[in-house]
Design a protein around this ligand. Sequence first.
Ligand SMILES: [Zn+2]
Length: 104
Amino acid sequence: MLTGAFALHALTRAERARLRRHLAACRACAQEVGEFAETAARLGVAAALPAPPELRRQVLARIATAPRSSAAARPAAPPRPGRRTSVRVNLAARVHPPRGCDLG
Ligand SMILES: [Zn+2]
């Protein structure tokens, strides 16, 4: 299902209409859309607020000393002060219907 994309308003008009019809009859997918929308809203609020400087310093220090998961991992470039980093959440990638969906 495209519940993540629906919650992010990333579907075409036809896809949106089709999913709306499904959501009217499928509680599992309707709940999932609600959860995605809530998460997207929280991420939007979080991204709009700058992290407290001490928290930012601590997180970057932990990242710099964290063990790498593979030998091929390259060190990330240090973030520039004042530059906002982005968090990519792949909400649109979900293609399997949630448990309880009659399409699954
Ligand atoms: Zn469903």
